[in-house]
Write a protein that binds this ligand. Structure first.
Ligand code: ADP
Ligand code: ASP
Ligand code: MG
Length: 409
């Protein structure tokens, strides 16, 4: 029998009617002869609401307690879905991340899955039950404390379970019909992709396309698990994320991210080893550095700018302040008013002039580029936060992909 892992996001389990609809879809998949493992997110915007609540009772909620709080959201939806499945006549077993054997490191709020001990999941499957696992959570085996995997972490739970239990597919049910050429919330005429490679999807997700968590794509790629991103509200095929795709578009999609900040360490002596010192210290402080730009040196000194997630700004600033005296640098400045727009496409590798078109289009629209970084299949630009969405619109229009037959009909 083939095993299907299905993950339902917050909108898909937002209320009792939707939970019952999910139960019917799961029951249908089970009755069609599949083994089914389901991963659920917290209902609707519950995670955001709990974060708000925590911030109301405390100026600095301890990370361990935050995880105790947030893991409750997914537990509510897993139990409700199990009840709804029983009503459908399908035996179901709900399990917390801990019970499902999802072991993680100890980084509360952004824990990484280190191992899956899937005995209870396997036993449930063997007993012909639909196993429902609470997404977004695990347990640190040393402290036995529950942890969360970072925002959007239920995707990671689903793909990791699919890999651990050799599922044939991991279906990601969400509130859009698949992966689009850009976020349909800001580009209403963005096009749904039928398929996209793991590499491109990883770049889009890392660039801020929240439809899939980047780490889930990494796991999918590593274990070659096909991901099918689709709507929980309709039957149509969504987008397949997989190794080989038929066509390599120049631009597959455009992503944006407004949750990063730019940190600049000014007046750094321009001598060998300085960059190594700076970025080693940042790594030691667990600061996640994205883009790096070093200015041309003048009078033996230079400025080094880098971007970090908003949540890492405090640690980054504490580190650079220390480095100022150590390196005799002149100061640190932080700009949280920035955003990043990224163009992704495997066809870029073999097409000349893409970068020039990007810069020209942004320039013609009066959008100033503050930083640039590229990979062989991506071009990212940091711009002022206020014009990020404009930048996405400009670039989507510039690279407006060819209309496909399905859209015409
Ligand atoms: P879920 O709760 O189901 O995990 P998310 O809100 O995490 O849903 O992800 C789905 C959302 O991702 C969509 O509503 C959409 O606004 C956003 N999104 C951003 N970029 C893209 C993209 N390229 N394609 C599709 N959706 C995208
Ligand atoms: N509920 C968590 C969040 O909102 C995890 C998830 O939905 O994937 O980030
Ligand atoms: Mg999500």
């Amino acid at each position: 029998m083939s095993l299907v892992v299905q993950k339902y996001g917050g909108t898909s389990v937002a209320d009792s009617t939707r939970i019952k609809a999910v139960a019917r879809r799961v029951a249908h998949t089970k009755r069609a002869g599949n083994d089914v493992v389901v991963v659920v997110s917290a209902m609707g915007k519950q995670t955001d609401e709990m974060i708000d609540l925590a911030n109301q009772v405390s100026a600095r909620p301890p990370a361990r307690e935050m995880d105790m709080l947030l893991t409750a959201g997914e537990r509510i939806s897993m139990a409700l879905l199990a009840m709804a499945l029983h009503d459908e006549g399908i035996p179901a077993l709900s399990l917390t991340g801990t019970q499902a054997g999802i072991l993680t490191d100890s980084s509360h709020g952004e824990a990484k899955i280190t191992e899956i001990r899937g005995d209870r999941v396997s036993q449930g499957i063997a007993a012909d039950q639909v196993v429902i696992v609470a997404g977004f959570q695990g347990v640190n085996p040393d402290s036995m404390d529950v942890t969360t995997l970072g925002r959007g972490g239920s995707d990671a739970t689903a793909v990791a379970l699919a890999a651990a239990h050799s599922a044939t597919v991991c279906e990601i049910y969400t509130d859009v019909e698949g992966v689009y050429t850009a976020d349909p919330r800001i580009i209403p005429d963005a096009r749904k992709l039928d398929e996209i490679s793991y590499d491109e999807m990883l770049e889009l997700a890392a660039g801020g396309a929240g439809v899939l968590m980047a780490r889930s794509v990494e796991v999918g790629r590593k274990f070659n698990i096909p991901l099918h991103v689709r709507s929980s509200f309709m039957e149509r095929e969504g987008t397949w994320v997989k190794e080989e795709v038929m066509e390599e578009a120049i631009i597959s999609g455009i992503a944006y991210d407004t949750s990063e900040a730019k940190v600049t360490l000014r007046g750094v002596p321009d001598r060998p080893g300085v960059a190594a010192t700076i970025f080693q210290k940042l790594a030691d402080a667990k600061v996640n550095v994205d883009m790096i730009v070093q200015n041309v040196a003048e009078d033996g000194c230079t400025d080094i700018s880098f971007t970090v997630p908003d949540s890492h700004v405090d640690s980054a600033q504490a580190t650079t302040t220390q480095l100022e005296s150590e390196l005799d640098a002149t100061g640190t400045s932080v700009d949280t008013d920035v955003g990043k727009v990224s163009l992704v496409g495997a066809g870029m590798r073999s097409t000349l002039g893409v970068a020039a078109r990007v810069f020209r289009a942004l320039g013609d629209a009066g959008i100033n580029i503050e930083m640039i970084s590229t990979s062989s299949i991506r071009i990212s630009c940091v711009v002022a936060k206020g014009v990020v969405e404009d930048a996405v619109r400009v670039l989507h229009a510039e690279f407006d992909p060819p209309v496909i037959a399905e859209d015409v009909g």
